[in-house]
Design a protein around this ligand. Structure first.
Ligand code: ATP
Length: 270
């Protein structure tokens, strides 16, 4: 199927370089494919590779400027997943290493808008991410934020085994009743906003997973990060409505953010 659609790449054209990351299922290496810089995820375990191959199909059906682009796959050493190279790494490390002094609020708002637009597209395709978090947002050389790891969420054991869910990012109805939807992605997006505006802090600092679950039901929510614009905090709170139907859609979030980030993508120099 993948071969017919032109998603099978040629190993001869791939050059592998340094390791740039470590995923749960294998290493992520920098590389070059026919002159283009790429990132290559190697899934070594044969069973997992088969599952990934099936799920990569979802990635072949989507194309958007705010989704990390799949170039194709190579059946070698298990599986190589070849993606566009995102030179500035994931959003958590990007913000932690640069900090407040180097990343203006305007840049955070642009990242927030990028992610909302990517998710709006996924929502329109009826695709649920299930693992939206700042660690799964990658930053390009031009400071464009893109969503990654979509479509892989279901092969991920985190998707199947409730004990492995990213509790602090997962909506209460998804945690308790396995009700994943675009609205549960919106909850996670609220947490992602909090991570961004706190420059990569881990959410609910000091609270255990058990405490978080209990407190949320009693109406507890995180305070705004230091320096966070009130409009952005209001968006977070709307994402954290207990009732999924009361949360905004990604379309709505995109509209609101567009009003809040006027002007074009500025000069960043980071
Ligand atoms: P998880 O499923 O827990 O999110 P994973 O096994 O899917 O993890 P990734 O998060 O996809 O692994 O990759 C691990 C790290 O490798 C990322 O945090 C990032 O730093 C780097 N990385 C992944 N993809 C790319 C890419 N396309 N360009 C540049 N770096 C990348």
């Amino acid at each position: 199927e993948l071969a017919k659609a032109g998603w099978l790449l040629n190993l001869q054209h791939l050059t592998l370089g340094d390791r740039i990351g470590q995923g749960e299922f294998g290493d992520v290496l920098q590389g070059e494919y026919m002159g283009q810089k790429v990132a290559v995820k190697n899934v070594k375990c044969d069973v997992t590779a088969q599952a990934f191959l099936a799920e990569t199909a979802a990635m072949t059906k989507v194309r958007h400027k705010n989704l990390v682009c799949l170039l194709g796959v190579i059946l070698h050493n298990g599986l190589y997943i070849v993606m566009e190279f995102m030179s500035k790494g994931n959003l958590v490390n990007f913000l932690r290493t640069r900090g407040r002094a180097l990343v203006p609020t305007q840049q955070l708002l642009l990242f927030a808008l990028d992610v909302a637009q990517g998710m709006d597209y996924l929502e329109s395709k009826k695709l649920v991410h299930r693992d939206l978090a700042a660690r799964n947002i990658l930053i390009s050389e031009e400071n464009v934020a893109k969503v990654s790891d979509f479509g892989l969420a279901r092969v991920n054991p985190k998707g199947a085994d409730a004990t492995l869910l990213p509790v602090k990012w997962t909506a209460p109805e998804a945690l308790k009743h396995n009700k994943f939807s675009s609205k549960s992605d919106v909850w996670s997006y609220g947490i992602l906003l909090w991570e961004a505006f706190s420059f990569g802090r881990a959410p609910y600092p000091k609270l255990s997973l058990k405490e978080v679950t209990e407190l949320l039901e009693q109406g507890y929510r995180m305070d705004p990060p230091e320096g966070c614009p009130p409009t952005v905090y209001a968006l977070m709170r709307s994402c954290w409505e207990l009732e999924p139907g009361k949360r905004p859609s990604f379309k709505k979030l995109t509209e609101k953010l567009q009003k809040d980030c006027p002007g074009d993508r500025g000069q960043e120099g980071t």
